[in-house]
Design a protein around this ligand. Sequence first.
Ligand code: SF4
Length: 438
Amino acid sequence: MKDKAKTSVGPSASLRTNNIIKKNTIGILSLGCPRNLVDSETILGRLSSKGYSIAENISAAEIGIVNTCAFIEEARRESIDAILDLVELKKEGRLKKIIVCGCLPQRYKSRLKKELPEVDAFMGKLSLNHQSWRFPITPRHYAYLKICEGCINQCSFCVIPKIKGRLCSLDMDAVISQVKKFNAHEGFSEINIIGQDTSGYGMDLYTRPKLSTLLKEVLKNSPAINWVRLLYLYPGRVTDDLLKLIRDSSRVCRYIDLPIQHINDRILKLMNRNTTRKEIAALVEKIRKFIPGVFLRSSVITGFPSETEKEFKELLDFLREVKFERLGAFSYSREEGTAAYDFKGHLPQELKIERLNRIMSMQQKISQEVNNRFLGRVIDVLIDEQEGDAYLGRSEYDAPEVDGSVFVRSKKRLKPGDFVKVKITDTLEYDLAGEAVE
Ligand code: SF4
């Protein structure tokens, strides 16, 4: 199972750094989640509209930008490693300037300034604005549509509200104007709607969640785009209206991303999640009844402070029972500035990892069972790329970057963004393989 994206591209953008940048070639390394990727594309779009050129990859650039992630320890380490790689390039004289932006400087700017004097500029979060042109880093046939920034929830383990602030939804008209641009751009086949918690969309601007209203507008204004996918739905805010839309529109992927984080009521309460086991179980049941054939993705955390073996087993048993078709599991990361940082009962790292491994090895079997259901079936596949004499694509049940792929053999020449009917002939734990049938 894949997880985090790391995308290196040469883009260009207009940050307020004209004192540093002299229209050189820019390269960017985008770390972390798709939300960061959207920011990287915006940075590149702004710089390129100011006349900077974009290197094919960062090692060919004169100015290197790292858009960092600082969500958890592992992400911070990856961000620091990426910066240090650029520092090396600068020492060798292959890079003139280094700019670091995103979550890491937003959180630790003064410390970084002291410890990394080789970096020329540190910048925090970007103002959200769909009016800016985005330089595409993702393959050009799918796009991320960020509808909000920050988060209205206060999960006790999560540092996002500290880094990104409270929920800030984009005005619906601005979102729709971006959708129209995607629709007019020839070759877009898929829109992925993202935010920290997309189901909270509109609670700040319109006093109540407006995701289903927004989704209707997105569908109305994107007739040329075949797939619209919703990511990151907070379980407590999945409404019947939204489920109806997913069920009734042939263009909304039957894929619901519903991070539950845990299932034991005591742990959920400590996590400050506003849901209980009963509510989560009822929601899962309802979604599956409401939308036959839907694929559910979830994510969970192992080794939260004071989690007992019994509570962990409760989570494991629940996952075995509900069989989420897709699952991401993470070991708890103790983050400064979060409520859980000061909780009692932090567990040893080995125990957190051991529990994580138990979940993932169970999920591996579930995933294989799920994939076996596809054998002999013909499904729609969106082609992402060519690989040798075959192609890599995805079904509507696979989000880009995080889920599996479909390996496709085809007599006909295909290109990224094409939809093709594929007969599944083989299954792996996380991927499928088959032949194009038309
Ligand atoms: S909903 Fe997600 S982003 Fe928001 S506080 Fe909870 S874990 Fe963090």
